[in-house]
Design a protein around this ligand. Structure first.
Ligand code: NAD
Length: 352
């Protein structure tokens, strides 16, 4: 007998990673699915033998069997569905970003406070095995205080189109889609310092580069090269009250030689490079050391990290562990992302 009965809202690409993780967790049982696209929801239910199928999330939430939900819908519905789920007495795992705007984020936070239910933000990178290793070093004080971090995710050609390219549904382009992962991870590893100010730039110089031939890239199911309302790239400098700073650049389109990923943190006693594989840098006996941890997954292990994230959610729901991705961390990130967009639009630094 499973201990936690789960409903999955939104049955698109990323829901498959949630599904696989729930299926491999003996304490959880998937009892309901929901998607606006009936065929997609029915196909998922058929494939995984899930008894209850809906096209309206309200009906799924009205099912008393469901104790917890994963929300894997477009960003524009995250807040509405989270609030409704919490108020229906369900615990929530909400995919990143928590939502699009600060006022919505505050409504979700208020619903968590008023209902006493749990909301875990889908910051999957926090759950990567290499981060668990790095945290052990950091918690033992081996890097000292982190005063600088650098987060960069560059796609030279990688606007997925569909809802990702529609600002109304996504809230923005690479900044809110992939930037949220790396900004959050750095901020988390830095000890979640209070943000002092944000200065950002966004560009729409190249568009989605749908003219490019002979080069494959990931496309959303409903890809349409003629439609794109999101930025191509964004960069930002985030200053913290403790004097630390975080430098970010992310893109869907850029004249870069390669796609690249870089997440680096620098402290008083040591530093760490997280992408493409974890290495730790320090100094002993007047000698610089590059430490290469010998671990099975030194880079970001996609499904493994989802498994760990969902195991954490299930255990949180069962009261066995304490949520490491609380709603407050979702709210803070929406404030940061919105401030970067505001700074870019107004051409000035935004003070918190
Ligand atoms: N953690 C990660 O690494 C990661 C990776 C990809 C996507 N995501 C996030 O997951 C979410 C979904 O992304 P995706 O790539 O799966 O998109 P997708 O377009 O493949 O799937 C989204 C699905 O949600 C459905 N949907 C939309 N609004 C709905 C509603 N109100 N009720 C029911 N169903 C609804 C759509 O019909 C679609 O089937 C996004 O918020 C995205 O940011 C996270």
């Amino acid at each position: 007998m499973s201990e936690l009965k789960v409903g999955l809202i939104g049955n698109g690409s990323i829901s498959e990673s949630h599904l696989q993780a729930y299926l491999s967790n003996p304490k959880a049982e998937l009892v309901a699915v929901c998607d606006l696209n009936e065929e997609r929801a029915s196909e998922t239910a058929r494939k995984y033998n899930i008894p209850h199928v809906y096209t309206d999330y309200r009906e799924l939430l009205a099912n008393p069997l469901v104790e917890a939900v994963s929300i894997c819908t477009w960003n524009d519905s995250h807040a509405e569905i989270s609030v409704a789920a919490l108020r229906a007495g369900k615990n929530v795992l909400c995919e990143k970003p928590l939502c699009k705007a600060v006022d919505e984020a505050l409504q979700v936070e208020q619903a968590v406070r008023e209902t006493g239910k749990l909301l875990q933000v889908g910051y999957v990178r926090r759950h990567a095995a290499n981060i668990a290793v790095l945290k052990k070093f950091m918690d033992a004080g081996e890097l000292g205080e982190i005063y600088f971090a650098k987060a960069s995710l560059i796609r030279r050609l990688g606007n997925p189109g569909g809802w990702f390219a529609d600002k109304e549904r996504s809230g923005g382009g690479p900044l809110i889609d992939i930037g949220v992962h790396v900004i959050d991870l750095c901020w988390y590893l830095m000890g979640k310092p209070k943000v002092k100010s944000v200065s950002g730039n966004t560009y729409t110089k190249l568009g989605n580069r749908s003219n490019i031939e002979n080069y494959d890239f990931y496309k959303a199911a409903d890809y349409d090269g003629s439609f794109n309302t999101v930025e191509d790239m964004a960069n930002a400098l985030i200053r913290f009250e403790n004097g630390a700073s975080l430098l970010v650049d992310v893109s869907f389109s850029l004249h870069a030689k390669d796609n690249s990923a870089q997440i680096n943190i620098y402290g008083e006693k040591g530093g760490a490079e997280i992408e493409p594989v974890l290495s730790i840098v320090t100094e002993r006996h007047n000698t610089i050391l590059n430490i290469e941890p010998q671990i099975s997954t030194p880079g970001f292990d996609f499904q493994g990290s989802f498994d760990t994230e969902i195991n954490h959610f299930v255990d949180n729901c069962l009261g066995l562990t304490e949520n490491i991705c609380p709603v407050e961390d979702g709210v803070e990130m929406i404030k940061v992302l919105n401030a970067i967009y505001q700074s870019a639009a107004e051409g000035r630094e935004i003070h918190f």
